[in-house]
Design a protein around this ligand. Structure first.
Ligand SMILES: COc1nc(N)nc2c1ncn2[C@H]1C[C@H](O)[C@@H](COP(=O)(O)OP(=O)(O)OP(=O)(O)O)O1
Length: 197
């Protein structure tokens, strides 16, 4: 049921799949984290604008490589501190395998989230933190905050963000291929989510 290479971390039921072609093969993987502050009571989520390197000019959670000798959960807390200046009791939200055509490794990304944090949110050399409104169909008035900027995020984020916001853990894989202009685009995906409680 699961796509090749995806290491199952939780029991999931199929949630979303699409795209075309075969899954690409890869030789090795590297371990990454990505963390979000999601405040349902304030209807807002903290994202960061990546200022350099991989994913520059995209909004994302805060994260990076898991260093040798640390767990993914420890790496997530460290990266959140380094990139946004805050600490949080992060909870595991899901895992995604991402492979991009031509890359020499696949990203194994563990996602984390927390509803509260300590410290002062601070811009770092890598990320500029900003709050965005969590969509709420039950509330008529619009938020003073901007909407989540999916047009300036990774193509796959629109698929699994509803799960993150609904606190449903997920496992997924996304493959990106290069288009005629040499841009890396989402071409195939599979996501499973834990059953609704
Ligand atoms: C393709 O789909 C992706 N979606 C999202 N939301 N995030 C992704 C995707 N692919 C990679 N990422 C994340 C995973 C990491 O959090 C960052 C990349 O981390 P970074 O560029 O910071 O990595 P390094 O500079 O190698 O690591 P250090 O921060 O430890 O130096 O993007």
């Amino acid at each position: 049921m699961l796509p090749p290479g995806l290491l199952k971390t939780i029991d999931v039921i199929p949630y979303s799949e699409g795209g075309e072609g075969e899954w690409m093969s890869f030789e090795r993987r590297k371990y990454y984290t990505n963390a979000f502050i999601v405040q349902h009571d304030k209807k807002r989520i903290l994202l960061g604008l990546k200022k350099r390197g991989f994913g520059k000019d995209k909004y994302n959670g805060f994260g990076g490589k898991v260093e040798e000798g640390e767990t993914s959960a420890e790496a997530a807390v460290r990266e959140l501190q380094e990139e946004a200046g805050i600490t949080a009791a992060l909870e595991y939200s899901g895992t995604m395998l991402f492979f991009s055509e031509g890359a020499d490794f696949a990203y194994h990304i563990d996602y984390y989230s927390a509803g509260t944090y300590e410290g002062t949110i601070t811009e770092s050399e890598e990320m500029r933190p900003e709050w965005f409104a969590i969509p709420d169909a039950t509330v008529a008035e619009s938020s003073a905050l901007p909407s989540i900027p999916f047009q300036q995020m990774w193509d796959d984020d629109g698929i699994w963000f509803p799960l993150l916001l609904a606190k449903r853990k997920f496992n997924g894989r996304v493959d990106f291929r290069l288009n005629a202009r040499g841009e890396s685009k989402l071409t195939k995906w599979w996501f499973g989510a834990e059953a609704e409680r």
